[in-house]
Design a protein around this ligand. Structure first.
Ligand code: DX5
Ligand code: ZN
Length: 218
């Protein structure tokens, strides 16, 4: 089964962002993964709301937003207004996860939770019936170009078993290479975020890379 592919736009070239978006839109991607960082929940900063708008203005595929920020409830509405169709927030960043999920759904977006490598499935089990996606971080959030954390694969297997009772999709984010796609595909992962490990800085056209990533899954 073809899994969904989402370029991680924090890895794109920001000095020619609209060209990057148009080239990616011409490839068979399923949406744009937009990482937002506050320098507090994660020790890094990412794209600005203006960058987000630039992508939204040129994209012809859906945008998700990955809020790697403290108190994410403050900015859910803003990013949905800017064009996010799916909002991922970190339950580790708020005491009010259930309330934020309702807030996201009430304004018409899909609700996803993103979980850090060290966050247990048990700690989010009450949220699983409520969400549309679980974004499993396979690197410590905040930076592209890191190594895949092998111990997280066990969590993916656990989620995949639980998933049979609910409707959420499993999307994996961090150090996803073509080889990792082959390894994780049979485990019930439904989508992959693609950064520097599979897509950016490879010296090939995005169209070529995305096509080969789709073909390898056939
Ligand atoms: C990290 C981000 C990821 C990252 C993926 O915090 O959430 O989307 O940019 O990039 P690679 O594939 O290079 O790990
Ligand atoms: Zn991300």
């Amino acid at each position: 089964m073809q899994r969904k592919l989402y370029p991680s736009m924090m890895c794109a070239g920001f000095n020619h962002l609209s060209d990057e978006v148009e080239q990616l839109s011409a490839a068979a991607i399923d949406g744009f993964h937009m990482d937002i960082m506050d320098g507090s929940f994660v020790p890094n900063f990412g794209m600005s709301p203006e960058d987000f708008k630039t992508v939204a203005d040129h994209a012809d595929k859906m945008l998700d937003v990955h809020l790697m920020i403290d108190h994410p409830e403050r900015y859910v509405a803003m990013f949905v207004t800017l064009g996010a169709k799916r909002v991922y927030f970190h339950p580790e960043a708020t005491p009010h996860s259930a309330r934020i999920i309702s807030q996201i759904k009430q304004i018409g977006a899909e609700a996803g939770i993103a979980i850090n490598p060290g966050t247990s499935i048990a700690s989010i089990s009450e949220l699983l019936p409520l969400v549309d996606q679980v974004l499993v971080m396979t690197v410590n959030p905040g930076f592209a170009g890191q190594e895949y954390l092998e111990f997280v694969t066990g969590k993916i297997k656990q989620l995949s078993r639980i998933r049979r009772d609910y409707h959420f999709e499993i999307v994996v984010d961090g150090a996803i290479s073509p080889e990792k796609i082959n390894e994780l595909n049979p485990l019930g992962v439904t989508g992959f975020v693609l950064g520097t490990s599979a897509l950016f800085g490879k010296g090939k056209s995005y169209n070529q890379i995305i096509r080969s990533l789709k073909e390898q899954q056939e």
